[in-house]
Design a protein around this ligand. Structure first.
Ligand code: HAM
Length: 421
């Protein structure tokens, strides 16, 4: 084999692509019920955009970005996530001048140079949403409701929702100082990454997956004990809105998320089948980011679903949908082959998935192929049928045969498939 795909970068093949289309369509349907419209942003952005939003001392920026210089020597990065680009577009196109709230959804590939493993890829896909212009805690709850509705509608169960608040610029510094104090005492127990960066970005240590770090942070002070009155009120109102919407959740005071732009609400959705470390979806509030990027003060909140993780879960429990031809022609002789060729074209224009074997194969092998691809209807046509202006219609499921005249063919097939669904 001369060329293979890059490690951590996957082809998605049929029939799995049908599952992707189903999930994407369900996302579009559900999100539009909640007033979201699609936004498409580029894969390439100036590197600075991600450094400033995700944070200089995060894993993503420190070691996972696909960054390169273009021919003009500008540093560009292939987006590792979608939020930063949507915020950039929101400001660039003055979308704040439209009546609030502005609600967007997007779907597409993201790129992170992570160690490839189950549920962790270098090119992966997210379906995400962002809401601008609302700071009401009910919005956060509504978003989680929408996420749960979407995940349940595609067929996922065993979901758990974890929520937290990581405060704001007035209460987080106090917590940060206390956390640094705590970490400082046990700094030699931390991994080398955490030892290096705990004083700049101590919240990252809480998120570290290295067992010794995990053990040490177990007794660390928790952010919820340090929230200011406004953040506390917001978190309480958010939780009561979740209850009103009938969403079961758990408060996880240790969940800080791996991106620096968050303020107040953060959340993750996991499925028992994936293991707790692998969230299917995650998100939170980022009330300062629009302003930090030069826009007007604009509260915002969003989430993103990891599509590969979601599809992996669905693959385990749902039968993969597939799309075989509805009608396969089997032709006997050259003249019949011509007739079939034109009829395939006609049926396709009538909205029926029709096909024939163009290899000039024997009747036996044409029949075998029709059976293998799973066509529910086979139409057989030979010299005799042409003369009499009929087709031999074979209902493959019922193993029944009958003759249909050429004139009634299209109407008959349409009725047949309408009846069969
Ligand atoms: P995130 O937690 O970095 O958040 O990613 C969201 C989801 O993307 C994860 O829960 C996971 O399912 C999936 N994901 C992340 N990295 C990988 C990977 N290497 N391989 C496979 N799946 C992965 C964000 O990206 C934020 N932009 C979400 C957000 C939107 N927050 C506010 N608005």
């Amino acid at each position: 084999m001369k060329y293979r795909s890059i490690k951590g970068v996957q082809d998605i093949l049929p029939p799995e692509t049908f599952l992707w289309q189903f999930v994407e369509q369900t996302a579009r349907d559900v999100f539009s019920l909640y007033g979201f419209k699609e936004i498409r942003t580029p894969i390439l952005e100036f590197t600075e955009l991600f450094i400033r939003s995700i944070g200089e001392t995060t894993d993503i920026v420190e070691k996972e970005m696909y960054t390169f210089s273009d021919r003009a020597g500008r540093s560009l990065t292939m987006r590792p996530e979608g939020t930063a680009s949507v915020v950039r577009a929101y400001i660039q196109h003055s979308l704040n001048q439209l009546p609030p709230p502005q609600k967007f959804y997007y779907m597409g590939p993201m790129f992170r140079y992570e160690r490839p493993q189950k549920g962790r890829l270098r090119q992966f896909h997210q379906t995400g949403v962002e809401v601008f212009g609302l700071d009401a805690p009910e919005v956060d709850a509504e978003l989680i409701e929408m996420l749960v509705v979407f995940l349940e509608r595609v067929g996922l169960d065993g979901l758990s929702v974890e929520v937290n608040s990581i405060g704001c610029s007035s209460c987080r510094p106090g917590y940060r100082d206390r956390l640094i104090e705590y970490l400082n005492k046990g700094v030699s127990d931390l991994c080398s990454d955490c030892q290096r960066r705990y004083s700049q970005n101590p919240l990252r240590v809480l998120d570290c997956k290295v067992p010794t770090c995990k053990e040490y942070v177990k007794d660390a002070p928790v952010i919820l004990d340090f929230l200011c009155e406004d953040c506390k009120d917001h978190f309480n109102a958010f939780q009561s809105a979740l209850k009103k919407l009938g969403i079961t959740y758990r408060v996880n005071p240790e969940m800080v998320r791996g991106l620096d732009y968050y303020t107040r609400t953060t959340f993750e959705v996991t499925s028992s089948a994936l293991g707790a470390q692998n969230a299917v979806a995650a998100g939170g509030r980022y009330d300062r980011l629009v302003e930090e990027f030069g826009g007007p003060p604009t509260p915002a909140v969003g989430f993103a679903v990891g599509m590969e993780r979601l599809i992996a879960l669905l693959k385990e429990k749902t039968q993969m949908p597939d799309q075989c031809p509805q009608v396969t022609f089997v032709s006997i002789g050259d003249e019949a082959r011509e007739v079939a060729f034109q009829l395939v074209s006609r049926l396709r224009k009538e909205g029926l998935r029709a096909d024939m074997d163009l290899r000039s194969a024997s009747v036996k092998s044409q029949m075998r192929r029709a059976d293998k691809v799973g066509s529910p209807v086979v139409l057989i046509i030979g010299e005799e049928e042409i003369k009499r202006g009929v087709f031999k219609f074979k209902d493959m499921k019922a193993s029944e045969e009958r003759e249909i005249s050429r004139d009634e063919l299209i109407g008959f097939l349409k009725d047949f498939f309408n009846r069969d669904g």
